[in-house]
Design a protein around this ligand. Structure first.
Ligand code: UD1
Length: 380
């Protein structure tokens, strides 16, 4: 049996890592296909290196472009490889363009598709990821889910019960395996966040959704309120390349400080403006997240990671495809309303939040369940 494992963008790498580790314990042949949707060292190599993921067996090198351009380029190149190598199963993860492109090619060639992180829905079709999720799930034969609400979403869309496997969360597998190493990162000291032996209160910010960063007014409003908040606590902002491009285009640089060239001593005494730094590797980011007082984000995965770390998270969106992080986790939806962001952030920084529950099967064993299911089903 030969499996193709597809990853292309930053949030994909930590999802394939535990599956590859489990597959290595079996006799199953697998190949890691990197589509090249993300290609900067900071967006790809840093993660592959941190996780010690071996080099991709096949790199498609597609790069950036419009949705149609990127998706179609992946499809053409991926079809060529499938025809040549004839895999028995294609595994895709998450909801990025690479996920849908490879699922579509496989389904048309009659190759079974396994989708990890199936069934998540924001019910917001203006998000490109929502379209990728719905379509990938329709094309998949094995739908591996992280929570009960995802199972319900799939049932409502007519997916047959025997294709749905509730296995838990592979991204949490990676977090569980990595947290000890991450705590050894020196990022806290490098950013001057330790004073007199104690880690200061600080907030961590990530921002990259088109709805937040492609609209000049929205982006200005978000950075404006956070700029004000940064006089209370330092806000560390590892900025996504897409966001940096937009900040420059809309001339909003005055709302952030690019502190990448500053020494830790200079940073220790610095207290204004959102502190922009280049994107971080997995361990540095995990360390910053687990020691922060508050995370502000529009990412999907970070809502789940903060839930497990019991770190309060303000999600700067009006919806989430991960509602379990609201009901059982540490996540609060605040949208982009400046007053709500400000008041909720201050409340959390001053008072913290109560301890929350751990969602079912977010226990570090999801990849083991997935590989057991696949080997049982495909080898029989
Ligand atoms: C993609 C995913 C999104 C995911 C995010 C994580 C889709 C539709 N979107 O969004 O779901 O949350 O990745 O980061 O698949 N760029 C670089 N270097 C890179 C990659 C991108 O400079 O290595 C810049 C380019 O200007 C590019 C832009 O970022 O045009 C957007 O990249 P793209 O892959 O289209 O989408 P993301 O915003 O990264």
């Amino acid at each position: 049996m030969k499996i193709f494992i597809v990853a292309g963008a930053r949030p994909n790498f930590m999802k394939i890592f535990p599956v590859i580790q489990e597959l290595k314990k079996t006799s199953v042949e697998f190949k890691f296909i990197h589509t090249g949707q993300h290609y900067d060292k900071e967006m790809s190599d840093f993660f592959l290196n941190d996780l010690k993921l071996s080099k991709p067996d096949i790199s498609l090198g597609v790069g950036s472009g419009s949705h149609a351009h990127q998706t179609s380029k992946i499809m053409i190149l991926f079809e060529r490889i499938c025809l040549k190598e004839k895999p028995d199963l294609v595994m895709v993860v998450g909801d990025v363009n690479s996920t849908l492109a490879c699922a579509l090619v496989s389904a048309k060639l009659g190759i079974p598709v396994a989708h990890i992180e199936a069934g998540l829905r924001s019910f917001d079709r203006t998000m490109p990821e929502e379209i990728n999720r719905v379509l990938t799930d329709q094309l998949s034969d094995f739908l591996f889910t992280t929570c009960e609400d995802a199972n319900d979403n799939l049932r409502k869309e007519g997916i047959s019960e025997n294709k749905i496997y509730f296995v838990g969360n592979v991204m949490i597998d990676t977090l569980v395996k990595s947290i000890e190493t991450a705590e050894k990162s020196t990022i806290i000291d490098r950013l001057g966040l330790r004073k007199n032996g104690h880690i200061r209160k600080y907030a961590l910010l990530t921002l990259h959704r088109p709805s937040n960063v492609d609209e000049p007014l929205v982006l200005r409003q978000i950075l404006g309120v956070l700029n004000g908040l940064s006089t209370k606590v330092p806000i560390i902002f590892p900025r996504h390349p897409r966001t940096l491009k937009q900040i420059r285009k809309f001339k909003l640089d005055y709302l952030i400080d690019d502190v990448s060239a500053m020494s830790s001593v200079e940073l220790m005494n610095k207290d204004q403006k959102v502190r922009a730094i280049p994107p971080l590797g997995y361990f540095d980011f995990l360390c910053l997240m687990s020691n922060s007082s508050l995370v502000l984000t529009d990412s999907g995965g970070i809502q789940e990671e903060t839930t497990i770390l019991n770190i309060p998270c303000l999600t700067l969106r009006n919806n989430t495809e991960r509602p379990i992080t609201l009901t059982e986790g540490t996540n609060f939806l605040v949208g982009t309303d400046p007053e709500l962001i400000r008041s909720k952030a201050i409340d959390i920084i001053e008072n913290g939040i109560p301890k929350k529950r751990t969602p079912m099967y977010w226990d570090g064993k999801a990849a083991k369940r997935i590989v057991n299911i696949l080997t049982n089903q495909l080898q029989n």
